[in-house]
Design a protein around this ligand. Structure first.
Ligand code: IMP
Ligand code: MG
Length: 176
């Protein structure tokens, strides 16, 4: 059994926002091609829906980033596993993640991908929790700004659970 999160964003609201976000992104890249770097595991549902909503052609790449154990607080040093630099060199790279919280993950990915000499590098986050920021980080694109609460569902987990929910809800610290 697991605790039922309190509903925050319905599947319909997420789907609607992704369609408008896709138009924002299309406008920025005009007709170019992008390399979408989706961060596993949390960004998988978002990346899958976003790339199908975009008119901009996408080459999909995956990276793995881990900053949380079983807790709710980033340890500040995300572990990154990225594709080889050749994938990014001279390309328009769009990093896609589920949430921008402390900023540590985006800071680390940004620094690492910059070394690969992309033509451009931007970050797109379904959720933005500005109150969690520990290092300066501004999303180039974001779906929703959310309050200072731990969220799960639509890819986001707590201890590897809840990723399968089609909607997003909040979980309190006392939940198992
Ligand atoms: P940051 O490095 O703290 O900005 O957070 C990036 C990663 O932390 C995200 O990709 C998520 O996997 C995880 N994360 C941050 N906040 C939450 C949350 O409220 N729920 C679930 N995962 C979160
Ligand atoms: Mg994550």
């Amino acid at each position: 059994m697991r605790n039922e999160p309190a509903p925050l964003l319905s599947a319909a609201r997420i789907a609607h926002r992704i369609r408008s976000l896709a138009r924002e992104i299309d406008r920025v890249y005009a007709s170019g091609e992008i390399v979408m770097l989706a961060l596993m595991k949390g960004a998988l549902p978002f990346a899958a829906d976003l790339m199908r909503a975009l008119r901009t052609p996408v080459r999909l790449e995956l990276a793995r980033s881990r900053s949380y154990g079983a807790g709710m607080v980033s340890n500040g040093r995300p572990d990154l596993e990225l594709p080889p630099d050749e994938i990014f060199a001279g390309q328009h790279v769009l990093v896609v993640d589920d949430i921008l919280d402390s900023g540590f993950t985006w800071q680390a990915i940004h620094a690492r991908v910059t070394l690969a000499a992309p033509l451009s590098l931007r970050g797109c986050f379904l959720l933005d929790k500005p109150s969690g920021r520990q290092v300066p980080a501004i999303p180039d694109f974001r779906g929703f700004e959310i309050p200072d609460q731990f969220v799960v569902g639509y890819g986001l987990d707590h201890d590897e659970r809840y990723r399968d929910l089609p909607w997003i809800g909040t979980l309190s610290e006392s939940s198992p």
